[in-house]
Design a protein around this ligand. Structure first.
Ligand SMILES: C[S@@+](CC[C@H](N)C(=O)[O-])C[C@H]1O[C@@H](n2cnc3c(N)ncnc32)[C@H](O)[C@@H]1O
Length: 390
């Protein structure tokens, strides 16, 4: 064993003995085909005994094993550097990073920490959480501190992510897939919800996934792909593309959350064309229909007031989207995503493909009535799908 590795193990043993070990991560698998992607270690109290919970994150499952402090050196020696090239020990007053280069050279970096840290021996909380804020990507995405505590200004965002994770789990859980589940998250942005999706589907539902985060901004795509690589996450990748230009061959689940204006329509169209089993979208700003309504000038008692015109335009845009989904055989639900205090863009359209034949003429009639009432010439989604409804 190298002297550097021995020093790292000594620091682990010391901090464990002094109740100063906050957490430890082993990452960057030495062999990229290894299905053990990373390991998280944290102190726990079980039946009054101080132990260390090792959470082994495999591609499609997690495994937790508890060890006494005295056993840790052996366990770590088996994995460092044979299986992992990176280990970080977080203690109450310093971070100790062990890095092993491709040529096997080990280096140790120590950094004093300023903030007050303490050990958290809460055992059960992490196991039952849908999203584990201690996972390194949440820190790398800027949601948590290094110790996995959600930062004050990200509390709202986290609530939104958590709620979304609950909804996704309830929607996907009853579905049956024949193998890898192909998913596109269109307009994925900073990736918060895409990582939540990946975490729920792999760690909670144990699915084999191929998730593509489609995003037009190259800087974001680059940054997120670096995080994915550093954490060894399998089945997740960001793709630099516009939604309009992205045409997946295989698509089981289409997600589009807060994709701007008609980008939501492009995403829905792409899901319908690819025959996705599940389409989930939270529309963002709605300009196209409002502009049509304004142009027609066919105002009624509601739409003559600016704010209500705006709200009515939102409802008409999304109602027509829901009806078009029904037209293509999707059982469609409109639900609240999260309370208004967390985001005003809180409507979720959920379409589940069914084998039931839709009553197309009745749906068309409803769409046309709506359009006629407000003088709407076209809805971008029908155009994108190449449909002439009226
Ligand atoms: C409001 S953010 C939403 C991000 C994420 N889905 C969420 O809900 O947290 C919208 C993202 O969609 C991207 N976007 C907007 N129009 C797009 C298009 N036509 N093609 C690809 N990405 C687009 C933007 O760059 C932005 O990052």
């Amino acid at each position: 064993m190298s002297e550097t590795l021995q020093k790292f193990l000594d620091r682990v043993a010391e901090s464990a003995e002094q109740s100063a070990l906050v957490k430890m991560t082993l990452s960057k698998p030495a062999n990229r085909h290894d299905d053990l992607r990373n390991v998280y270690v944290k102190p726990v109290l079980i039946k009054e005994k101080r132990l260390f919970a090792f959470t082994y994150h495999y591609d499609r499952r997690d495994e937790v094993k508890n060890y006494a402090a005295a056993q840790m050196a052996d366990i770590l020696q088996e994995m460092l550097p044979a299986r992992f090239q990176n280990a970080v020990l977080f203690t109450v007053n310093e971070d100790v990073t062990l890095l092993v280069s491709a040529k096997g050279k080990a280096t140790l970096q120590t950094k004093k920490v300023q903030e007050n840290r303490e050990q958290n021996l809460d055992h059960d909380r992490q196991k039952t959480r849908l999203i584990n804020p201690a996972n390194p990507w949440w820190y790398q995405l800027g949601l948590t501190t290094r110790e996995g505590k959600i930062t004050a200004d990200m509390q709202h965002k986290f609530k939104q992510i958590y709620k979304y994770a609950e909804i996704v789990e309830s929607l996907v859980k009853p579905m049956k897939f024949g193998g890898t589940v192909h998913i596109a998250d269109m307009g994925a942005g900073k990736g918060y919800l895409t990582f939540a999706l990946h975490e729920v589907l792999t760690h909670r539902l144990h699915l084999d996934v191929d998730i593509k985060g489609v995003e037009i901004r190259p800087d974001l795509v680059l940054k997120i792909n670096e995080i994915i690589k550093a954490d060894g996450l399998k089945g997740l990748e960001f793709v630099e593309s516009s939604i309009e230009a992205y045409h997946p061959e295989k698509l089981d689940v289409l997600i589009a959350l807060h994709a701007c204006n008609t980008a939501t329509d492009d995403a829905i169209a792409s899901g319908i064309k690819a025959g996705a089993e599940l389409i989930v979208c939270a529309p963002c700003c709605h300009k196209q229909i409002r502009q049509e309504m304004e142009r027609a000038g066919r105002f009624d008692a509601i739409t003559r007031y600016g704010i209500f015109l705006e709200r009515q335009a939102v409802m008409i845009t999304d109602t027509i989207r829901a009806l078009i989904l029904e037209y293509f055989g999707y059982k469609t639900q409109v639900m609240e995503f999260i309370e208004m205090e967390h985001t005003p863009k809180n409507v979720l359209l959920v379409g589940r493909k069914t084998s039931k034949v839709p009553d197309k003429s009745c749906i068309l009639q409803q769409i046309n009535e709506l359009k006629a009432r407000y003088g709407i010439g076209r809805h971008y989604l029908e155009e994108t799908l190449g449909m002439e409804f009226s």
